[in-house]
Design a protein around this ligand. Structure first.
Ligand SMILES: Nc1nc2c(c(=O)[nH]1)N[C@H]1C(S)=C(S)[C@@H](COP(=O)(O)O)O[C@H]1N2
Ligand SMILES: [Mo]
Length: 513
């Protein structure tokens, strides 16, 4: 009796282990094949991307709010955890009835196959990694089932256990080895990194003025006025960063135009380039959040390309499209008025980093990124707001996204202990393409005091501010509000990020002493 029960329970654990082992070798082989034939068809990534595109926007908000720019790592971990559960279950079911678990694992492979094929820009072999993963999973599971169930009258229990361990561990190890070889192969195809590293961008015909020395207050804890590339926030739907060789890049301008234009990388670089500092901000940036950064962009004005194409007088929007299918709807006037709306190739003196849109992205002062800052951009369709909608608009966000007047306290941080006596309060304020006239600060809901404003680089960038404060012992609440160059005072009325950006005053609680 007790022996039979133990065997059955042991059998269940063994079955689950067999399922896991089959899943590991399947994922390993699928990823290896993807790395060799088509990196963007990685089974893991295409399923993740599919989930990103299908997820309701509240789920994405929650992911960004919880994990910030770590949202992708969190998603991949989530998928791995679910896969482990499903694989173990498939093993157990397979041992109860042959074919059931194999069908489940095969279906996962089919899911990866379909997800890879429906991705925008899917290559001719996008189906292969999913197919390999599915077939390997089925074969491995059927094979491992033979060693799951002990046959005591044939061998000793020890010999059975050894045989079982040898097979399950061996098969899983093969999968891990395939994963390692795959990532090495992926590294070897990283030639785009090498292409980027070897690039020398032309000098701008219109360079930016040097940043005034008064623009950087240099206060510890305060965001720097120009954000280094490595610290620049990254938000996008691309689980795998698109790898575009500039030699293969081109931009098509089509739709409501007199003549379609196609421009290559070399043609773009031959055009006059200009530099400007523009602060990018994400609509998902909460009050006090850090999904905002300022860089020196190098690019060609989009205005001039649109002029060359000849825009129809009825058009009011440009739908930009990325190589990975992402789209943004930008009001036509923001691309044709005198602001520095750029087709950017450089960021802070370097070619765009891969994750920030290499080789070419859009940068438009005054609009949130989701309606303007298309990375890896390959097409501009001149159209109308009543004819086309963009990626995030289809998911509940506003079709237009002008940046709201905002300010943030960086120093002191929330919950920070402040020494009594002379202290400094400092932060950032912005409303790109409008400009900032002042910042006011109040402590414990006392009178508003005017902060000292740093020299603004331009109306298209954020600006630092500071205020000296004699900190008295006890708990204190610090609040700030910005005044725009258009005479507006930042509203106290709080609003969440959906549908068109957060608003309200940033409030920081600190204890002194
Ligand atoms: N291709 C592509 N471009 C994109 C996005 C995207 O998901 N895909 N996200 C946009 C959003 S929401 C923002 S806020 C900015 C962020 O740019 P960054 O990652 O360079 O900071 O890119 C925009 N461009
Ligand atoms: Mo964004």
């Amino acid at each position: 009796m007790t022996h039979a029960i133990r065997t059955r329970r042991g059998g269940r654990i063994r079955s689950a282990a067999a399922g896991l082992s089959a899943a590991v070798v399947a994922v390993g082989m699928g990823e290896l094949v993807a790395a060799v034939v088509e990196p963007s068809a990685s089974p893991f990534a295409v399923i993740g991307s599919g989930l990103i595109d299908l997820a309701p926007s509240w789920a994405k908000d929650a992911a960004i709010a919880l994990f910030g720019t770590g949202d992708k790592a969190a998603l991949l971990t989530g998928i791995a955890v679910v896969l482990i559960g499903v694989a173990a279950l498939a093993g157990i079911l397979e041992s109860g009835r042959a074919g059931v678990g194999a069908t489940i694992l095969g279906a996962l492979g089919a899911l990866a196959l379909v997800a890879a094929m429906i991705r925008p820009g899917a290559g001719p072999f996008a189906w292969l990694p999913g197919l390999v993963a599915g077939v390997v999973a089925i074969v491995a599971l059927r094979l491992l089932m033979r060693v799951v169930h002990p046959v005591p009258y044939l061998r000793s229990e020890d010999a059975e256990r050894r045989r079982f361990l040898l097979w399950t561990v061996g098969v899983a190890a093969t999968g891990v080895a395939a994963l390692i070889v795959g990532s090495v192969a992926r590294g070897a195809t990283r030639s785009i990194e090498a292409v980027r590293a070897a690039l020398r961008l032309p000098s701008p015909e219109r360079p930016a003025a040097a940043v005034a020395s008064g623009a950087e207050l240099d206060i510890p804890g305060l965001a720097r006025v120009v954000t280094p590339n490595a610290e620049f926030y990254r938000i996008d739907t691309a689980l795998i960063v698109p790898r575009m060789d500039p030699a293969d890049w081109s931009l098509r301008i089509r739709g409501m135009v007199e003549r379609e234009i196609e421009i290559t990388w070399d043609e773009l670089l031959a055009l006059p380039l200009q530099e400007s500092h523009v602060t990018l901000a994400c609509v998902s940036n909460e009050v006090g959040g850090d999904l905002i950064g300022n860089a020196l962009w190098l690019g060609h004005p989009i205005r001039e390309l649109l002029e060359r194409a000849g825009v129809d007088a009825d058009a009011d929007m440009v739908l930009s499209r990325s190589v990975d299918g992402f789209t943004a709807s930008t009001p036509l006037e923001a691309l044709t008025d005198d602001r520095d709306a750029l087709l950017a190739v450089g960021m802070n003196g370097d070619p765009l980093p891969l994750e920030h849109g290499f080789p070419v992205r859009m940068v438009v002062p005054g609009l949130y990124g989701y309606v303007s800052a298309t990375k890896w951009v390959t097409e501009l369709e001149v159209t109308r707001f009543d004819r086309a909608t963009a990626y995030w608009t289809d998911r509940g966000w506003a079709e237009r996204g002008p940046i709201k007047l905002q300010s943030r306290i960086d120093v002191p941080r929330r919950g920070q202990r402040v020494e009594p006596g002379d202290a400094v309060i400092a932060g950032m304020a912005w409303q790109q393409h409008v400009g900032i006239d002042g910042v006011e600060v109040r402590i414990d809901e006392g009178p508003w005091r005017r902060a000292e404003l740093a020299t603004a680089i331009s109306d298209d960038t954020w600006v630092q501010w500071r205020l000296d404060w004699t900190a008295e012992s006890g708990a204190h609440t610090i609040e700030c509000r910005a005044l725009s160059a258009a005479g507006e005072t930042q509203t106290s009325a709080p609003a969440g990020v959906v549908p068109d950006g957060a608003q309200g005053w940033h409030r920081v609680e600190v204890s002194v002493g």
